[in-house]
Design a protein around this ligand. Structure first.
Ligand code: NI
Length: 170
């Protein structure tokens, strides 16, 4: 069955994901589902746990242009520099937004779907998108990064997601 978006507080979103150890074709169905879900919902990034797979794999497309998306497997941030604040949202918390601090520049080590390792430096919006998605692999969502006094504004919305989850489970 095709994977679909998972909303907070589903447990897969709040626990650490597992390293990817099998590369190549076995990843294709997951990546295809993630690509479809991300673009159909207008996202610029999607982490595997957001479609119910607890794996350290994310899809990012900071430009929003289909065809420019990239799969990052087992990503690790090696260095962080500076800080920038900007409003973020999340496909697993649709309708909620909040200001989040992120490193302005990161040094990233990733594998591709074939398991090849590379390193790069990312800045600004691209760095933000990657940091948001990597947080998903550690069970962290953007409200966890907000200032407590600003996060209060999301309390009612988060409570509504908790009720919706409880109703789906009932
Ligand atoms: Ni998100």
């Amino acid at each position: 069955m095709a994977r679909e978006i998972v909303h907070w507080p589903d447990p897969v979103l709040v626990r650490p994901a597992q390293a990817v150890v099998a590369f190549g074709r076995v990843l294709e169905p997951l990546v295809a589902d993630m690509r479809r879900v991300m673009f159909s919902l207008g996202g610029v990034g999607l982490a595997a746990p957001q479609v119910g797979e607890g794996l350290r794999l994310v899809l990012v497309c900071p430009s929003s242009e289909p065809g420019e998306e990239e799969v990052l497997v087992n990503p690790i941030i090696l260095e962080r520099e500076g800080v920038a604040w900007r409003e973020e949202g999340c496909l697993s918390l649709p309708g909620l937004f909040g200001r989040v601090p992120r490193a302005a520049r990161i040094r990233l080590r990733v594998q591709d779907v074939a398991g090849r390792t590379s390193e790069r430096t990312l800045e600004d919006w691209e760095a933000r998108v990657v940091q948001h998605e990597l947080d998903h692999l550690d069970g962290v969502l953007f409200p966890d990064r907000m200032l407590p006094e600003e996060r209060i504004a999301l309390d009612a919305g988060l409570a509504a997601f908790e009720r919706a989850y409880a109703e789906r489970r009932a």
